[in-house]
Design a protein. Structure first.
Length: 286
């Protein structure tokens, strides 16, 4: 039975590595990346409505409601499924925006899966992932809900099982636009393609994030935070930044490092998970 009101997680992702292997004729970059989810993120509450309006509260500063990826996902699903139902969405935003944690993409995926459930739209996961891709390159991995090796612009996904380590995630106080980083002349775009075994279970620390050097040059705050976090263990940029993460085998070690961080820098401690908390919760609802 579909409950009238329910809440679903909208987790963060990390790019455990991010290689740029080329550029397509439309300017988009060909990537190879390893996505893993965090057991930390936003949440969305879904409540059916008597009318056909899609309403999101509270509003996000700087994002008009009709451009919010959750609202765009709801409209796209409704149009595709040819239905006329409404919904009230309540967004509990914890993830920093423009941080490389995929918050907007995750909100879109949670909305697609949540409304497929509420409206009994009956689309399968492949159809939902394809719809999601029209909203953003990171949406399909959140829809599928399994850690994955991503290729293309991130939409060709092979399930993976990297170690479920603990992470200290820091958000240096800068805003970084993905478009700005991908348009930098100094970005390397020729990393040789790698092959990883299906269901990769290895350690991503031998690989890198190709955006890191450019981001560190443009944003010294990111370099300072990375230099500090690297003194405790492997540390890296996620996506095009601004967030960086350090990897630790235990929660206790991650929390010890977190406790010693310089004042004035935000972030959180979270566990890396290969099954998305979203898909786990949906299974319980169904
Ligand atoms: C960096 C990643 O987070 C890695 O997971 C994603 O590839 C970002 O993908 P996304 O959120 O869909 O990116 P958007 O914010 O829509 O992209 C903004 C702009 O970045 C550039 N862009 C983005 C992704 C990509 N593979 N190549 C690009 O060149 C394009 O100019 C695009 O217009
Ligand atoms: N629901 C939403 N949550 C966050 N950002 C949104 C949302 N809807 C639209 N946006 C817009 O999308 C932009 C990117 O937000 P997001 O949090 O996904 O960035 P990101 O973490 O850098 O993502 P990525 O790693 O996919 O590049 C924001 O700056 C904002 O303008």
């Amino acid at each position: 039975m579909t409950a009238a009101t329910f809440t679903l997680p909208s987790p963060a992702k990390l790019n455990l590595f991010l290689h740029i292997t080329g550029r397509r004729s439309d300017g988009y970059h060909e990537l190879q990346t390893l996505f893993q989810f965090l057991d930390y993120g936003d949440s969305l509450t879904f409540q059916g409505r008597q009318d056909d309006r899609i309403v999101l509260t509270p509003a996000l500063a700087d994002v008009p409601e009709d451009q919010n990826l959750a609202v765009r996902a709801a409209e796209l699903l409704r149009r595709t499924a040819g239905i006329h139902r409404g919904v009230s969405l309540t967004l509990d935003k914890r993830l920093p925006m423009g941080g490389g944690l995929g918050g907007g993409s995750s909100n879109a995926a949670t909305t697609l899966l949540g409304l497929n459930h509420l409206w009994k739209t009956g689309l399968d996961v492949n159809e939902l992932a394809e719809l999601g891709l029209a909203l953003g390159a990171d949406v399909p991995v959140f829809v599928r809900g399994h850690a994955a090796f991503g290729e293309g612009v991130g939409e060709k996904l092979t399930p993976a099982n990297p170690p479920e380590d603990w992470f200290v995630v820091l958000k240096p106080e800068v805003e970084i636009s993905t478009a700005e980083i991908f348009s930098q002349p100094g970005l390397t775009r020729n990393t040789p393609r790698i092959t990883i075994a299906p269901a990769f279970e290895g350690d991503a620390s031998g690989y890198r994030n190709d955006c890191e050097d450019v981001v560190k040059q443009l944003y010294p705050e990111v370099k300072t935070s990375l230099d500090w976090l690297s003194t405790f263990g492997p540390a890296r940029l996620t996506g095009t930044g601004a967030c960086i993460f350090g990897r630790f085998p235990t929660e206790a070690e991650a929390r010890r490092v977190w406790a010693s961080k310089p004042s004035g820098i935000n972030g959180f401690v979270a566990k890396g998970v290969n099954l998305s908390p979203l898909n786990k919760k949906l299974t319980e609802l169904e």
